[in-house]
Ligand binder design. Structure first.
Ligand SMILES: NC(=O)c1ccc[n+]([C@@H]2O[C@H](COP(=O)([O-])OP(=O)(O)OC[C@H]3O[C@@H](n4cnc5c(N)ncnc54)[C@H](OP(=O)(O)O)[C@@H]3O)[C@@H](O)[C@H]2O)c1
Length: 233
């Protein structure tokens, strides 16, 4: 590995923050983003932050300069949203917003980094999807479709980039304690999880660390589930 430079989208809170802190601890240099970089409530000598709205073309275009200067060889596509509603009540706006952020956003940010990785002949792309993309969830037709799309994107891109020493994988978390699951997690859900607890951001971050490292050299095109056993195929 030429260097250890990582971009993490949505790195200011939740799973993204857990990933950023864990990568910093392992000696990576991290460029973390969120929609308003003044929302970062932590700092580190190897951390830089940038404004980025992955659903907004102008914001993505402005971020291109930061990517070119930073020269990342690892990308963690973490930023994502939910807009849950039962299908009959789901508006087209809520459908479009979730697809545009969770799926189109992954496409756009990956486009920004891939050329540099190809030039440097080494790369890791790690997409945070969800078990909702495989098992489905009532009220989440938009979210499930976006995350299934991310997993499919992962497999196809892995086949395109494998010969260039770039691996592409997804991580599909189950229920992780963050703002996204606040008010959603209840005892009924916990009872269904074989490990009898919700996940912590560190449970996802440790797998990101492994997939970012040389030790994961021969793993690509996979969706790895981190859910305490909730969804078993
Ligand atoms: N928590 C779970 O149980 C769970 C389970 C499965 C999958 N996931 C996935 O894990 C990822 C992180 O989720 P989380 O639970 O940590 O969520 P979270 O606490 O709600 O944090 C979401 C992050 O995404 C960023 N973000 C949202 N929309 C964005 C946009 N348009 N442009 C740029 N950044 C944007 C947010 O930035 P701002 O602060 O600017 O809003 C924030 O940093 C998501 O992809 C989510 O789908 C989570």
């Amino acid at each position: 590995m030429a260097n250890k430079k990582v971009i993490v989208t949505g790195g200011n809170r939740g799973i993204g923050k857990g990933i950023v802190l864990s990568l910093l601890e392992c000696g990576y240099e991290v460029l973390a983003t969120c929609r308003d970089a003044s929302n970062f409530d932590f700092s580190h000598e190897n951390l830089s932050v940038a404004n980025l709205d992955i659903s907004d073309d102008a914001s993505v275009e402005a971020f291109r300069i930061s990517v070119e200067e930073f020269e990342p060889n690892i990308l963690i596509n973490n930023a994502g949203i939910t807009k849950d509603n039962l299908f009959l009540r789901m508006s087209e706006d809520d459908w479009n917003e979730v697809i545009n952020t969770n799926l189109n956003g992954v496409f756009k940010i990956t486009k920004l980094v891939v050329k540099g990785m190809l030039k440097r002949r080494w790369g890791r792309i790690i997409n945070i999807s969800s078990i909702s993309g495989s098992m489905g969830n009532p009220g989440q037709t938009n979210y499930s479709a976006s995350k299934a799309g991310v997993d499919a994107f992962t497999r196809s891109l892995a086949k395109e980039l494998g010969s260039r020493n770039i691996t592409v994988n997804s991580i599909a978390p189950g229920f992780i304690e963050t703002d996204m699951t606040e008010g959603v997690l209840d005892q009924e859900i916990i009872d269904k999880i074989p490990l009898k607890r919700a996940g912590k951001v560190e449970d996802v971050a440790s797998l990101v660390n492994f997939l970012s490292s040389e030790e994961s050299n021969y793993i690509t095109g996979q969706t790895l589930v981190v859910d305490g056993g909730l969804f078993m195929k």
